[in-house]
Design a protein around this ligand. Structure first.
Ligand SMILES: NC(=O)c1ccc[n+]([C@@H]2O[C@H](COP(=O)([O-])OP(=O)(O)OC[C@H]3O[C@@H](n4cnc5c(N)ncnc54)[C@H](O)[C@@H]3O)[C@@H](O)[C@H]2O)c1
Length: 376
């Protein structure tokens, strides 16, 4: 298969979807890999390293999209890329369709096959291509939160761990999944008082068992959230309903009950955000303030640590990319249900329920496209 790896063009996005090691692996299986010049630079991979691994370097993004049967990238295509995506082209990347109606319609129009990293799902319901980035973002959320709690950044001026004779900060983590667990671990490690809230009692039981003693668990409901935010210094939003818009757990009216200078990090912003007042920001301008509450809503947090993120992401995506390249998307998706669940848009039809529901569009049965043999 002919594979194209474009350079990411979203603001401050320095990750790349395939490393030189990935190129070597794809080549070993007989595929041709075209990498856009400079695509790996931000992650520390020079063009010559890709060439040594067997890739060919193309000078422009147009050439890269133009030649490829399969595009592998990191972030969802942005407006300037919409027109480059061709009918029948397989695009394997994060899409987060449920948070962008414009992107959804653009991909419908393209008639491409859109296989979304974020909805590839294992039988235990875990999301293997979200996990590595969630680990990075969860850990980063505490680093970012600690920084914006400093007075010069308009935060409360509180040190997460406190010092002898001074109480530590209160960190509230909404969602006890991957992001929430990693955030809680980091915050607890720095000595903060941490509370994790989730709607899953089973998850809370597990967390209660494995977390250090400065981490409490609490069931998530509006009443408890209203109470907890009054004493929180740092709030991390890490909830997820797979493939759907994030639930709005903190509404605008609640902000007035919070302490001035509280910091809210909405990691779930890539699914629309779990605070009503959240709007996506970038690493170039990550925060804004509403009602004295500092909002940090960077939609691609792992982009700031591209070295770690690229290796973590590609460790997980490469085995799936290989299946797609070796078998073609139909056979690969027929034979691997995890991959099949990644299919979101095919030839202009929505085949993923959460996306169809988010934008009130018709849902088409994916089997229509996978050409399943009739069982007699
Ligand atoms: N901004 C970024 O750069 C970035 C990076 C990685 C992940 N993310 C996003 O972070 C979010 C969380 O990802 P994850 O991997 O931790 O997901 P996850 O599925 O592991 O965890 C989500 C948790 O939220 C819980 N939840 C659902 N509804 C809830 C509610 N009303 N109250 C409390 N908890 C609730 C679920 O029970 C689950 O435990 C996702 O939206 C993901 O896309 C963002």
């Amino acid at each position: 298969m002919i594979i194209g790896v474009p350079k990411e063009i979203k603001t401050n996005e320095n990750r790349v979807a395939v490393t030189p090691a990935g190129v070597a692996e794809l080549k070993k299986h007989g595929h041709q890999v075209y990498v856009q010049a400079g695509a790996g630079e931000g992650s520390g991979f020079a063009d010559k390293t890709y060439i040594q691994a067997g890739a060919e370097i193309l000078p422009t993004i147009e050439a890269t999209y133009g030649i490829a049967e399969m595009i592998i990238k990191v972030k969802e295509p942005i407006a300037s890329e919409y027109g480059l995506i061709k009918e029948n082209q397989l695009v394997f990347t994060y899409f987060h369709f449920a948070s962008s109606e414009e992107l959804t319609h653009a991909m419908i129009k393209s008639k491409a096959i859109c296989l979304a990293y974020e909805t590839v799902e294992k039988s235990d319901r875990s999301l293997p291509l979200l996990v590595p980035m969630s680990e990075v973002a969860g850990r980063m959320s505490i680093q970012a939160g600690a920084k914006y709690l400093e007075k010069t950044h308009k935060g409360r001026g509180i040190l997460l761990g406190g010092v002898a004779g001074v109480k530590p900060a209160n960190v509230l983590v909404l969602g006890g999944g991957i992001v929430g667990t990693q955030a809680a671990k980091m915050a607890a490690g720095l000595g903060a008082n941490v509370t994790i809230m989730d709607i899953s009692l089973a998850r809370l039981r597990y967390l209660e068992d494995i977390m250090p003693t400065n981490v409490d668990t609490l069931v998530s409901n509006e009443y408890n959230i209203r109470e907890m935010i009054q004493n929180a210094d740092l709030i991390i939003g890490g909830v997820l309903i797979p493939g759907a818009k994030a639930p709005r757990l903190i509404t605008r009216d609640m902000l007035s009950s919070m302490k001035p200078g509280t910091v809210m990090v909405d990691v779930a912003i890539d699914q629309g955000g779990c605070f009503e007042t959240s709007k996506p920001t970038t690493h170039a301008d990550p925060v804004y303030i509403i009602d004295d509450v500092v909002h940090y809503c960077v939609a691609n947090m792992p982009g700031a640590v591209p070295y770690t993120s690229t290796l973590a992401l590609t460790n997980s995506t490469l085995p799936y990319a290989l299946q797609l390249a070796n078998k073609g998307w139909k056979k690969a998706c027929r034979e691997n249900h995890e991959l099949q669940l990644g299919l979101n848009v095919i030839h202009g039809d929505i085949v993923y329920k959460g996306v169809a529901e988010a934008w009130n569009l018709p849902l088409v049965d994916v089997d229509n496209y996978l050409e399943l043999e009739t069982v007699h």
